[in-house]
Design a protein around this ligand. Structure first.
Ligand code: MBD
Ligand code: FE
Length: 305
C-alpha cells in the first residue's frame, strides 16, 4: 500500500465517521486541524516543540486558566469586534459600547433595589467610590426593571470565588433600578489586575515578552425587559496600563471621569460621612431584536485565582 500523504491523512481526519455526529462541530474541527497541519509545515514545528505545546495545554486546562489565555491572545476582543460589526450592519450601533466579560464573572450575586454596597459595610475600604446613574433605552427613556450586575477585584487585584481568602460574592452585587431607572452603589476604587505568577499563562507571556496587566476597571452585566443584555466595563482614568491592557479591552468612551465630592449629604444611606469619589454613568441599552438578545449564557466557572 502506498504511503499515506498529509493530504490523504487530513481527508481521513475530516471524513472518518461511524455515526452522523454534529455537522457544525465537524466543520469547525476539520478547519482548525487543517490550519494547524499547515502551521506545522510552514513553521517546521519539531516533535519536541509540538509535545511541549501539548504539555502546556494540559497544564493550562488543569489550572483553569483557559479564559485568561483567550483574553490575553485577543480572542475575547475579536468576538466583541465581530458583534460590533453585526450591530453596525443591522443599524443597531447605538448605546453603551460592549466590553469583554472576562473569565471572572459569577452569576446570582445578592440582589438589592435602588442602591447597594459592594464592600459589605466592612471596615472602610478606600478610596471610597460611589457610582450612580440610570439605565436607559436608545431614546433615553428609563428602563423599568433593569438590573445592573457589578463585579470588581479587591485591593490586591483578586476576585472573590477565585480567591479563597474572600467571602462568597465579595465585591459582587446586583442592583435593580428604582422607579426612575436609577441605580447607585458604594464601593472603593479598585486597582488593576495582574495574571497569576508561576502559572501556565505567565509562562507563555514571559516567552512572548508580554506583561499580564489589566488597568483598573469595573465589570457590568446590564439587563432589562425588552432590551439587549449588555456586558461592559468602565476604565478608571490615570492607570499606567489604560492603553496597554493585556486583554485589549479598553474603549475610550468607557473611560469615566472621577469627581471629588466633599459633601456627603444625600449619601448617608450608603454610610458616607466624608468626601468621596463619584462616577456618574448612564447605561444605554439597545432594544432586544433576536430572541437570544435577553439571555446571558453563563460560562463554566473556573478555579483559577
Ligand atoms: C480580569 O479581571 C479581566 O477582567 C479579564 C478580562 C481577564 C483577566 C482578569
Ligand atoms: Fe476584571
Amino acid at each position: 500500500m502506498a504511503e499515506l500523504t498529509r493530504q490523504e491523512l487530513l481527508k481521513l481526519v475530516e471524513t472518518t465517521q461511524a455515526a452522523d455526529g454534529n455537522e457544525r462541530v465537524r466543520r469547525i474541527v476539520g478547519r482548525v486541524v487543517a490550519d494547524l497541519f499547515e502551521a506545522i509545515d510552514d513553521l517546521d514545528i519539531t516533535p519536541d516543540e509540538f509535545w511541549n505545546g501539548v504539555g502546556w495545554l494540559t497544564r493550562l486546562g488543569a489550572s483553569g486558566q483557559t479564559g485568561l489565555i483567550t483574553a490575553g491572545l485577543g480572542f475575547d476582543r475579536l468576538l466583541d469586534i465581530r458583534e460590533d460589526e453585526k450591530d453596525r450592519r443591522a443599524g443597531l450601533a447605538m448605546g453603551t459600547p460592549r466590553a469583554i466579560e472576562g473569565p471572572l464573572y459569577i452569576p446570582d450575586a445578592p440582589l438589592a433595589t435602588a442602591e447597594v454596597r459592594l464592600d459589605d459595610g466592612a471596615s472602610a475600604r478606600a478610596p471610597v467610590l460611589v457610582m450612580e446613574g440610570r439605565v436607559l433605552d436608545a431614546k433615553g427613556t428609563p428602563l423599568k426593571g433593569a438590573i445592573v450586575d457589578i463585579w470588581h477585584c479587591n485591593e490586591h487585584g483578586r476576585y472573590s470565588h477565585f480567591d479563597p481568602s474572600q467571602k462568597e460574592f465579595e465585591l459582587r452585587r446586583r442592583v435593580r433600578v428604582d422607579g426612575n431607572g436609577a441605580y447607585r452603589f458604594r464601593s472603593f476604587l479598585p486597582p488593576g489586575y495582574a495574571i497569576p505568577p508561576n502559572s501556565p499563562t505567565s509562562e507563555l507571556f514571559a516567552a512572548l515578552g508580554r506583561h499580564g496587566n489589566r488597568p483598573a476597571h469595573i465589570h457590568f452585566l446590564v439587563s432589562a425587559p425588552g432590551a439587549k443584555t449588555l456586558t461592559t466595563q468602565i476604565n478608571i482614568p490615570g492607570d499606567a496600563f489604560i492603553h496597554d491592557d493585556f486583554a485589549f479591552a479598553t474603549r475610550d468612551s468607557l473611560i469615566v471621569t472621577l469627581e471629588t465630592v466633599t459633601d456627603p449629604k444625600g449619601y448617608e444611606s450608603l454610610g458616607i460621612t466624608g468626601s468621596f469619589t463619584r462616577i456618574q454613568f448612564d447605561f444605554r441599552l439597545q432594544p432586544a431584536t433576536a430572541t437570544t438578545d435577553q439571555q446571558h449564557l453563563a460560562r463554566e466557572a473556573r478555579a483559577h485565582a
